[in-house]
Ligand binder design. Sequence first.
Ligand SMILES: [Zn+2]
Length: 240
Amino acid sequence: MKYHKSVNLTSNLFCYIWQGMGNNCNTSILTGLLQGDKPHVIIDPGHIVNESSEGCFESLEESMKGDKIKIEDIGLIINTHSHPDHCQANELIINRSGASVTLSKEEDDFRTTIGERMYTMFGMKPPRFTPLFHLKEGAMDLGKDGFKIQVFLTPGHSPGSVCLYLPDTKVLITGDVVFFMSVGRTDFPGGSTILLKKSIERISQLDAEYLVPGHNTEPNGIIQGKDRIKRNFAAVQEYF
Ligand SMILES: [Zn+2]
């Protein structure tokens, strides 16, 4: 069963927009970016199966197949943050492709302490993986052709959430920091409304043409166009 809508946003960026009934995140894949035989980078692979028994990972793989992208060719997993609906499927990808994982140090520390206790308390299996390195604020130079991903540490929804900005194509991937007319929850352990406001203020300054949120609050998922993105930031900043 396919619950994702595939959007080929720019030449090497595929977004998989979640369309199921239950909860899961949107996933993005940057293709052909890394040196070697596993050149793809996946951002937030999401759940394996969600609370509505929807096969999230199965659906993702099915949708990827339509774009001729194989799990086995993924070399790196980037997690915007460590909530299970963003990184539960890490382990399946690691098992299949041997991919490395990265997330911020702040988020990794949270995940392995308070996060782990929280997920267990809610009856969820805490995501298990060992990151190869930690994401740091600034330019991450991964690409074989000088492709750059700009990392912004944007705490608030979780202690070490990051947003990713692709300067060449003006794509902003926000995880659960900001959505269409909405923002990430701050009532989970490790959340902070004050920090979230500051984080949103920072990323609202970026010159973005596409905003890819971690979840959909409108049917099309992706917010397109500089003016719409600016209006969206203005609206959420006004509201909060
Ligand atoms: Zn989250």
